[in-house]
Design a binder for this molecule. Structure first.
Ligand code: ADP
Ligand code: MG
Length: 320
């Protein structure tokens, strides 16, 4: 039964061993990945990792040196017109006409996607409402804030209700309110059936919206899976930090008796314990300490996340 369901999942994008070089610099070093119909797929990596290059390669905007890319089961170069009408693209750099108003910008894109007449007008209205810009539809774009321009850029990319939407760092430089609006819109569009490919260097955004994530560094995919899978595969310890009112050094005797304690250190009244991944021991440790009258002032458990995974895999922080 399970096998059947797995086979039914359509791969909407298939990238196989793609290599892209600029002069002698390998910017994509043999990237392979598949994206399933209906998912929000995140591409996470620091600046310069190759996210935009990979996205532009999939979109047929950039030629590559070797490998293959299929989108909606087809080769872009041979079916460009057909594929273009089914995809939307929000580029990293905002691309809108500053001297036109919002409605004319979105209408321009709608026409390019083949919409006409009443259908065009309806779809433009829907896209502007969806991005929260309908009330400002007659305003010149040059009067818009950065966040509004970003949202307009998105309206232009979704006017034809694409089956697949590519978004390249769509929240860079926007205010928190626009950012939340953008993330919420992506969730809604996805629920309505759009597959989304989303690049960012913010792991919080990936955690908020993505079903699966590929982590990229120096032109390579270094991990791929759901967030839970990546944490399970790559993180093998949990850090518990306790601050005592006094006698931290003596608490070590209690800690030593527990299995699964990998290491610990005491600094003034702060005890830091590294445990193997089984964090069910944490309540037991606390119980013992309290029983033995240690007075705990603060405690914190460092929960593993994508940042920890990235650090584990590369030895550096995402935004160094
Ligand atoms: N047109 C270009 N010519 C030469 N090098 C480029 C060009 N575009 C991108 N690069 C290089 O390719 C690498 C990946 O860039 P990019 O895909 O933009 O990364 P990201 O989107 O992850 O920030 C970087 O080292 C960048 O300097
Ligand atoms: Mg980029």
């Amino acid at each position: 039964m399970t096998t059947c369901i797995m086979e039914d999942v359509r791969m909407i994008i298939e990238v196989s061993d793609v290599v892209k070089k600029y002069n002698n610099l390998d910017v994509l070093k043999g990237v392979t990945l598949s994206i399933r119909e209906g998912e929000i797929f995140g591409l996470l990596g620091p600046n310069g990792a190759g996210k935009s290059t990979l996205m532009n390669t999939i979109l047929g905007l950039l030629r590559f040196n070797s490998g293959s890319v299929k989108i909606l089961g087809k080769d872009f170069s041979k079916h460009a017109t057909e594929i273009k009408r089914k995809i939307g693209y929000v580029p990293q750099e905002i691309a809108v006409f500053e001297t036109l108003n919002a409605i004319d910008n979105v209408t321009y894109w709608g026409r390019l996607y083949g919409l006409r007449g009443n259908e065009l007008a309806q779809m433009v209205k829907k896209a502007l409402e969806f991005t929260g810009l309908w009330d400002r539809r007659k305003s010149k774009v040059s009067t818009f804030s950065g966040g509004m321009k970003r949202r307009l850029n998105i309206a232009c990319a979704i006017v034809h209700k694409p089956r697949v939407l590519f978004m390249d760092e769509p929240t860079v430089g926007v205010d928190p309110q626009s950012r939340n609006h953008i993330l919420e819109s992506i969730r809604i569009m996805n629920k309505e059936g759009t597959t989304v490919i989303y690049t960012t260097h913010y792991m919080e955004e990936i955690e908020a919206i993505c079903d699966r994530v590929a982590i990229m560094d120096f032109g390579q995919l270094i991990a791929l899976g759901t967030i839970d899978e990546l944490i399970a595969d790559h993180i093998h310890e949990v850090c518990l930090r306790l601050e005592f009112t006094a006698n931290a050094a003596e608490s070590v005797k209690v800690i030593e008796s527990f299995d699964g304690v990998l290491s610990f250190s005491v600094n003034e009244e702060i005890l830091e314990i590294k445990l193997d991944k089984d964090d069910s021991r944490i309540p037991l440790i606390l119980e013992q300490l309290i029983k033995q009258h240690f007075n705990i002032k603060y405690m914190a458990v460092e929960k593993p996340n994508l940042e920890t995974v990235f650090l584990q895999l590369t030895g550096k922080k995402l935004r160094d």
